[in-house]
Design a protein around this ligand. Sequence first.
Ligand SMILES: CCCCCCCCCCCCCC(=O)SCCNC(=O)CCNC(=O)[C@H](O)C(C)(C)COP(=O)(O)OP(=O)(O)OC[C@H]1O[C@@H](n2cnc3c(N)ncnc32)[C@H](O)[C@@H]1OP(=O)(O)O
Length: 262
Amino acid sequence: MLGRGLQMTRVICRLMSRKLSAGLHRNILKNMHPSIDIWSVRSSLKNIRSVTMAPWPFSSSGPRDYSLPNPSWRSEMQRLYEHYNSMCEVETEGGEKLKGPWIRLASYNRALKYAPGGQCLSKFLQAKARLFTRNIEEQGAGFEYVVFVNKQEKTCVCVFQAGHLLEGPPGLVHGGAIATIMDSVTGTHAAYLSGPVMTANLTINYRSPIPLGSVVLVHSSVGEIDGRKTLLSCQVTSSDGSKLHTEATGLFISVSVGNLLM
Ligand SMILES: CCCCCCCCCCCCCC(=O)SCCNC(=O)CCNC(=O)[C@H](O)C(C)(C)COP(=O)(O)OP(=O)(O)OC[C@H]1O[C@@H](n2cnc3c(N)ncnc32)[C@H](O)[C@@H]1OP(=O)(O)O
């Protein structure tokens, strides 16, 4: 038993020192396998401050990718997905990479699954935990979204369709759900740019309500990157860009993987 625990500790340290990032929070190892020595995991990770991880470092094969089209997507969502996807980097059958300025970021239901081997680890580390935005299994009922990053301009766009379980005022999207998608998009963008981060501050102005079921665009762009601080601005607009629904600024602080686990 002890041998297995030590072996698992080493696997976790190796994985985390290489890959784990933003969405991994400090309590993720609570309730894990009892033979894993969390103190040795923590001391191994304490000094790691990997703040550069461009381009997006996570494995894109394996677990279900929630950002791919599904039958619940409205035609507007599908059209916008195809619009951005057509400008993404593609690999031809001959293995040649045709450069496009955009890349689509895969999206899993647990942050752990971004790391190689994380899919396996996720089966026993807080096995019931799910990423907040990906915890509704019914397609189209909650957050349907796909995130694209423009490598050249360092901007990010998310196509978001708000499902019927996100209601706040009658027929309109809940402000907390809007904050959630803005935090997720800017948090993902910050992690793409700066490595492991935590949201320190998110300031939101709600300008016009978002009808439930509608498809909107969430834009994120860099305000400033200064040492550990990544400041981003974010706007939610109608799908044709003509109407501003919400705007926000988000401050993200780079943290070491060890800090996330304390
Ligand atoms: C694997 C993942 C894949 C990604 C995909 C998954 C997608 C999911 C994406 C989901 C994303 C969801 C993401 C989530 O939901 S993250 C969850 C929500 N956020 C938190 O729980 C964060 C809680 N806070 C903290 O942990 C600490 O306070 C942090 C880490 C933020 C800073 O504590 P730390 O001790 O480390 O730093 P410091 O105090 O030395 O300060 C350092 C500098 O920062 C400045 N500062 C600090 N705070 C503020 C503030 N509030 N306003 C203005 N400035 C602030 C400070 O003045 C200083 O500046 P300077 O004096 O140096 O100039």
